[in-house]
Design a protein around this ligand. Sequence first.
Ligand code: IMP
Ligand code: MG
Length: 185
Amino acid sequence: MRVTSPEGVARRLGAETFGRVVFSEEELAARTRAMGDAITEHYPPGEKLLVLGLLKGSFIFLADLVRTIQLPLQVDFLVASSYGDDTVSSGNVRLLYDPDTSFEGRHVLIVEDIIDSGNTLRKLVPVLESRGPRSLEICALLHKRLSKMELEARWVGFDCPDEFVVGYGLDHAENFRHLPFIGSL
Ligand code: IMP
Ligand code: MG
């Protein structure tokens, strides 16, 4: 039988401890739709949009978001892994999967699950900018607002409390990505 309480769902999905719901399914759905509307309004109609999801955390948000964007678009993904945050050199981000899609003349929209330290994007943005996109913007579901970004996300779903959150794509040791809401453990 399907359980409905957040505690029950979290337990069934394998969480031994459950903190609280930080963003409910309904809040996530409403906010995602509003972001899709804002993105639709931002780009001139008919321009080619390339939505670039950062894996794995963005996969659920991206799937919901693109279905609310009423523009012609293509979807691709990038897997970035940053090793060490000692320097800000762009060589410090390792691309484990890098699409061969051309950026030339296209509006590229990076979709990120959460901006925490901001290091991933801080290193990735110069690499992507060097590929000559027509524009480069960031859409992040959550932002912890811990530091200032050179390229600030144009669209942010929610400011996130500085605690570890899981669900709706976000993991803890690869678990809980399929939690339908965002919660703390
Ligand atoms: P950064 O610190 O902004 O570079 O964040 C890099 C990545 O760490 C994010 O894209 C997430 O995948 C992950 N991350 C950061 N904070 C959290 C969290 O609270 N829960 C789950 N994953 C997180
Ligand atoms: Mg992660």
